[in-house]
Design a protein around this ligand. Structure first.
Ligand code: AOF
Ligand code: ZN
Length: 362
């Protein structure tokens, strides 16, 4: 059967469902599943918080007897492996579903085409690739980790009208307004980890937590790139360790404040450089990393081609001559990126860029 507008409509619904748990199912991707019978949705599922159960068994349970002869729309190829839960492809066969529409094949070597084969061998009609681009975008973190062995990197920058990220020696400077702050906290909640350089950690004394009603428990791992272990044991980052973990990436053999920080519950890891840190994070199941500063870390990642997405906030305020210049501004955009979206967030303007080719796994 060819792809219809109806297929796209129901797949869109499955993608929307998946977005609801983005950043909270790691290391599993957040997958959406919609079961349709006679043009009506009879079951919905999304990968549960923490990663299990998977989306499909939940949708099948909701559909009950209606699953027989129905069509299932799933954003990712149903799994075929006996992991902590039985394979979703087998559950689909057992439920008597007669057609499965999938957006993206699963690159996980344990699945990778085997899920589709289980379905086809059971004479289920399989359609693959519906809204593939949108689903890839929704699962960008998972797909980047699986195919590149590093997390998807999102660089967030708040830039003044004169192209600055902050003021030298001034600590935190409010560049964007409260709506932008809220949007940034939501983005934090959707990522698995947040990274800043030691310069930003010392100058701003940030907390790097999600402070939005209802999302207080969605704060991701905080990571500081701190070659010489200079982070202050009395900093807000360290004070919050009991609630949200903090990982300090230091150079091999670095001492500095290491001991005092470790005594306060900070985990230290020795890495040779940023690439090393990214692969270590991926090995720990971190699929999406948000980079919040500062200028040096941002420039370094951009120069190494390690930035996948940019959220650029432009504000109307100016900093002046003692500012810290941003590597990217509204008039100095990065090469090799395509703009996906421009919108106003309160008084500020947000532009979202994605690296070309649009998906690293093409
Ligand atoms: C699905 N539906 O909702 C998700 C899937 O550790 P496990 O056993 O939970 O397996 C993790 C793998 O399951 C993950 O790498 C990916 O291949 C798949 N995720 N599959 O059928 C889902 N979240
Ligand atoms: Zn599964």
């Amino acid at each position: 059967m060819s792809i219809t507008a109806r297929d796209e409509r129901f797949m869109r619904e499955a993608i929307e469902l998946s977005l609801g748990h983005l950043g909270r199912t790691g290391p599993n991707p957040s997958v959406g599943c919609v079961i349709v019978k006679g043009g009506e949705v009879v079951g919905r599922g999304v990968t549960a918080l923490g990663g299990r159960p998977h989306a499909e068994p939940q949708a099948i349970a909701e559909a009950g007897d209606n699953a027989r002869g129905a069509t299932a729309y799933v954003t990712l190829e149903p799994c075929s492996h006996h992991g902590k839960t039985p394979p979703c492809a087998n559950a689909i066969v057992a439920a008597g579903i007669s057609r499965v529409v999938v957006a993206v094949a699963d690159p996980d070597p344990r699945v990778s085409g085997r899920g589709l084969k289980i379905l086809a061998d059971a004479d289920i009609e399989v359609t693959i690739g519906v809204l593939q681009k949108d689903a890839r975008r929704a699962m960008g973190g998972y797909l980047t980790r699986q195919t590149k062995g590093r997390p998807q990197v999102t660089l967030k920058l708040a830039v003044s009208a004169d192209g600055m990220l902050g003021r030298k020696g001034a600590g935190q400077v409010a560049i964007t307004g409260s709506e932008a702050r809220e949007a940034v906290h939501r983005l934090r909640a959707e990522c698995d980890a947040i990274l800043v350089g030691i310069g930003t950690a010392l100058a701003d004394d940030p907390e790097l937590t999600v402070r939005l009603p209802g999302l207080e428990t969605a704060s991701p791992l905080r990571v500081v790139l701190d070659r010489r272990a200079e982070l202050q044991p009395g900093s807000k980052l360290v004070a919050g360790v009991g609630r949200v973990p903090l990982l300090l990436a230091i150079s091999p053999g670095a001492n500095g404040n290491r001991k005092a920080l470790e005594e306060r519950g900070v985990e230290t890891v020795e890495v040779a450089g940023i690439e090393d840190l990214l692969s270590l994070l991926a090995q720990r199941g971190i699929s999406s990393l948000m980079v919040e500063g500062g200028a040096r870390v941002a420039s370094d990642l951009l120069a190494r081609g390690l930035v996948d997405r940019i959220h650029l906030y432009d504000a109307a305020m100016t900093i002046g001559p003692d500012g810290i210049a941003s590597p990217i501004t509204a008039t100095r955009l990065p090469a090799g990126f395509v703009r996906l979206e421009t919108r106003n967030v309160g008084a500020d303007r947000l532009q979202i860029f994605e690296r070309l080719p649009a998906s690293a796994w093409v």
